[in-house]
Design a protein around this ligand. Structure first.
Ligand SMILES: N[C@@H](Cc1c[nH]c[nH+]1)C(=O)O
Length: 373
């Protein structure tokens, strides 16, 4: 009531968990030499909808400003940061951010992210740094039960190109592929008369699993060096992860890009407990072409809401109530320092339905103190 659909108040434990998730993130990324950046919540729609970025205006929270231009609430950090970084000193390569994105194609219009972006860096180095940061961060959160999935835009996009579909049909096919709808994928692709590509696309839907999938497809695509190169690249990433002790990595060769700007490796982390996505990202060099910059860019963003929700309830601290009076209130306040790291309330009268673990009248607490000394 009294709130637009998708907007929500938040209270208590949920906020404590979010704060903790954010605090640990900041510590992890600062230690890895990422620098903080924050872009404004309000931007021009065009920053996100121009042909280089290609996000859909339909999904954005928007309005006209006085000059008649469309403004939006930040629908994506990565794009906003690319706009901002063009004006920053090129020597700083690693950046991080924490804050909300707003889109009306999800349940809630606001979702909280914490992310990293790495630019002007060797592709393999940037990808591994992104993945290793994710692994380190999840470990710091005690979230060990996750799965990392790797994909590459170059596979589906290469097959798609040969079909020569209209833009809208490309999007329908991409969505069908994302939904793993074999029937629909086959139907759309075979309409072009290219039966073989249609079949390849439908089998690609099942091409996910461990490194054995890469071996299998290396044979299958042995006469397509471009695709073999992609497989080798993914293999190299998995090898490095395994060498670090990260075993829970799979590939999905039929993975399609969920954001139009991806071009290259894509990653996604899932929590095993509920299958929810806890981070996603990938390479997006193309995004910088709009600024005539030919540089590499890679990054990923964590879903703070998902991570906060998955956190174990924080350990319960003892709750103490110091019973005071107007006369002894100051004394009660001074007593707080004896109960460091406990939750301490001061009351003049004990509430009827209280949840305190211990109730200490000021006089007793003072006596306790005297005994201690
Ligand atoms: N901006 C992406 C995540 C990302 C960060 N860097 C690259 N990709 C998202 O919201 O899913």
């Amino acid at each position: 009531m009294f709130l637009p659909a998708g907007s929500q108040d938040q209270i208590g434990q949920k906020l404590d968990n979010q704060a903790k998730v954010n605090q640990i993130f900041r510590k992890v990324v600062r230690n890895r030499n990422f620098k903080a950046i924050e872009t404004p919540v309000i931007e021009y729609a065009n920053t996100f909808t121009n042909e280089h970025v290609g996000m859909e205006l339909r999904t954005m929270l928007k309005w006209f400003n006085r000059e008649g231009e469309i403004e939006v609430l930040r629908p994506d950090w990565t794009t906003a940061i690319a706009r901002a970084l063009v004006k920053q000193h090129p020597a700083q390569l690693k950046w991080f951010y924490q804050g909300s994105v707003f889109r009306n194609d999800k349940d809630g219009t606001e979702s909280r992210q914490a992310g990293i972006e790495i630019i002007r860096t060797d592709v393999f180095l940037g990808e591994l740094e992104s993945l290793f940061t994710a692994v380190t961060y999840l470990k710091a959160l005690n979230s060990d039960d996750y799965l990392i999935e790797l994909g590459h835009t170059g596979i589906f996009e290469a097959l798609l190109e040969t079909l020569e579909l209209a833009d809208s049909e490309e999007e329908t096919l991409r969505q069908a592929m994302y939904d793993k709808r074999k029937d629909l994928v086959y139907q759309i692709a075979s309409k072009t008369g290219q039966e073989k590509i249609a079949e390849q696309l439908t089998t690609l839907i099942n091409a996910y699993g461990g490194k054995e999938i890469l071996t299998e497809y290396r044979e299958l695509w042995s006469n397509q060096p471009q695709l073999v190169e992609i497989l080798d690249h993914l293999n190299k990433l998995i090898d490095a992860m395994e060498a670090l002790g990260v075993e829970n990595v799979i590939v999905d060769l039929g993975k399609v890009k969920e954001l139009p700007y991806y071009s290259g490796t894509m990653f996604r982390g899932y929590l095993q407990q509920n299958g929810q996505t806890c981070f996603s990202g990938g390479c997006y060099d193309k995004l910088y072409e709009q600024f005539n910059e030919n540089i590499s860019a890679v990054g990923l963003a964590f879903d703070v809401d998902v991570l906060a929700e998955s956190m174990n309830a924080t350990e319960q601290k003892e709750r103490i109530c110091i019973l005071a009076t107007e006369e002894t209130h100051v004394q009660a306040e001074q007593l707080r320092e004896d109960f460091e790291d406990k939750i301490v309330d001061i009351q003049y009268q004990l509430p009827d339905n209280h949840h305190y673990d211990r109730i200490i009248p000021v006089e007793d607490a003072t006596k306790e103190k005297a005994v201690d000394k």
